[in-house]
Design a protein around this ligand. Structure first.
Ligand SMILES: [Zn+2]
Length: 195
């Protein structure tokens, strides 16, 4: 039964008295809710709330977060990029041309263009995936518990667009950080210094 049919059962006068009695039960209109909280308190509550959000985000990179609809990502990325970045996929080892990339430059996120890894951090891991001992900035990537595939791993995502990049393992070069950022080449774009 539609609302129109339901209301149609009331004569106009019935409706008027109906709303009048509802108003009596519910009390005056809620103008008082606005003034119940002093403006200063309301402002400070908001400020506190905002500062909490800010401290939670812990990274400067999240200030310019890139968020897009699934349809937009699907339209912008190649099928392989979409599979890795947005569907937590993994490229076949040894398939990325970036495994052989030796020039000086910066590895950017293939999704949003954020700077993720400097060429100086790249090393030969022998795994078939581009590997780095550190991100270009501490807050360039975010790390997340990943318990998929019956393993406990630490997933690495682009901090700006949340795109899945790969995983980080504690078996990297001992003479530097000891970390191995094992990254899908398809999630990266290389920008040479001289290009
Ligand atoms: Zn990104």
């Amino acid at each position: 039964m539609s609302v129109a049919v339901y209301l149609g059962r009331f004569r106009h006068e019935d409706l008027k008295s109906h709303w009048a009695s509802a108003a009596a039960i519910m009390g005056p209109p809620p103008a008082s809710t606005q003034s119940a909280i002093p403006a200063s308190l309301a402002a400070s509550t908001t400020a506190k709330h905002m500062s909490k959000i800010h401290s939670d985000s812990s990274t400067a990179a999240t200030a310019d977060k890139v968020t897009k609809s699934d349809a937009d990502w699907r339209a912008e990325l190649t099928r392989e990029q979409y599979h890795v970045l947005r569907q937590h996929g993994t490229e076949r080892p040894g398939t990325s041309p970036l495994n052989r990339e030796k020039r000086k430059g910066t590895f950017l996120c293939a999704g949003c263009g954020a700077e993720l890894f400097a060429s100086g951090a790249k090393f030969e891991s022998g795994t078939g995936w581009p590997s780095f001992d550190r991100p270009s900035a501490k807050d360039a990537v975010s790390e997340h518990d990943d318990r998929s595939l019956y393993m406990q791993r630490t997933e690495v995502r682009c901090a700006r667009c949340d795109g899945h990049l790969g995983h980080v393992f504690p078996d990297g070069p001992r003479d530097t950080t000891g970390q191995r950022y094992c990254i899908n080449g398809v999630a990266l774009r290389f920008k040479p210094d001289d290009g």
